[in-house]
Ligand binder design. Structure first.
Ligand code: GLU
Length: 307
């Protein structure tokens, strides 16, 4: 394994503390961990606790304990977004100096009313405040002007992907009306600050990647490589967001969970590892994980037991 340092590949797992680690989020943890280790790199953990109202008390510590229990050992200190406001503020300042930002007075309801046809990522902002706030209106959110061009990238799973930011999302919010910095801004500032060059995460974020690449380019920051993994869905189409009973308890069934995550990612485990503990499975993944085997699907349904 390469000696960790500035030039070592760097992956990360960036959970939002909205509940305990469950099978759906474990897939991203195992995928990012194995790819980082397989390439001789570092693996970092970042708690995405920007949005205090959505945070579940105790969830961040619970997630970290579960990672440790499973043998998903991270390098360095855990980064917490709630302590990074200065860095986000500074990045906003740089974008503002480049003339890319503007204040927006529109409420969600106004945007929905003026943009009834959603784009690929929800309602497209119609640009109401682009050339100045309408008379008598007060600033609420801060938006960035997007170019009318396709932002393209090569995804390690899905191949060439692209999105026209103007028609798919429009000028997007970097600081919300309640003062909270947007996920899109925080993620690029943090990935760059930590030297992350491998972003491995759920395919629900495939549509956010062009916005993030545009932000990285606008800030003069390096663009990482991306791998988007198939999401685990319930039969009714909802995303797995909780643990499901006994079989999902990482303390008692850690090996089973990690094995299922590796199999989910298309890996063919040697027969003798079928009942191995999680640390052994992760050691195998760190040596043999093959990203080319990850299914090229944005989502896969698991049965109601979360299996
Ligand atoms: N915090 C996000 C989540 O839990 C992941 C963000 C990312 O990996 O870029 O879904």
């Amino acid at each position: 394994m390469a000696v960790p340092g500035r030039c070592a590949p760097t992956g990360r797992f960036a959970p939002s503390p909205t509940g305990p680690l469950h099978f759906g989020s474990l897939i991203a943890a195992v995928g990012s961990y194995c790819l980082a280790r397989r390439t001789g790199g570092r693996w970092l953990v970042r708690i995405e606790d920007l949005d205090a109202p959505r945070e579940v008390p105790g969830a961040a510590d619970d997630i970290l304990r579960t990672l440790e229990t499973l043998g998903l050992c991270w390098d360095g200190d855990v980064l917490r977004q709630s302590l990074r406001h200065e860095a986000y503020h500074e990045a906003l300042g740089r974008l503002r100096d480049r003339g890319l930002l503007y204040d927006c007075a529109c409420s969600r309801r106004e945007i929905l009313a003026s943009a009834p046809h959603p784009g690929e990522e929800g309602p497209v902002y119609p640009g109401t405040c682009r050339s100045g706030l309408p008379a008598g209106r007060l600033p609420r959110a801060v938006r960035i002007r997007v170019p009318d061009r396709v932002v393209e990238f090569d995804d390690g799973v899905f191949g060439r992907c692209g999105q026209n930011l103007a028609s798919a999302v429009g000028d997007f919010v970097l600081r919300r009306a309640d003062g909270v910095f947007a996920y899109q801004l925080a993620v690029v500032v943090d990935d760059a600050a930590s030297g992350v060059d491998q972003v491995v995460r759920g395919a629900d974020l495939l549509g956010s990647t062009p916005r993030q690449i545009f932000l990285l380019e606008s800030l003069g920051l390096p663009v990482p490589a991306y791998w988007h993994l198939p999401l685990a869905l319930h039969a009714d189409g909802s995303k797995i967001s909780k643990r499901h009973g006994e079989g999902d308890d990482p303390l008692r069934h850690g090996g089973d969970l990690v094995r299922r995550a590796l199999e989910w990612l298309g890996q063919e485990l040697p027969g003798e590892l079928r009942a191995a503990p999680s640390a052994e499975l992760l050691a195998w993944g760190g040596a043999f994980f093959d990203a080319a085997r990850i299914p090229k699907k944005t989502q896969i349904v698991v049965d109601s037991a979360g299996k």
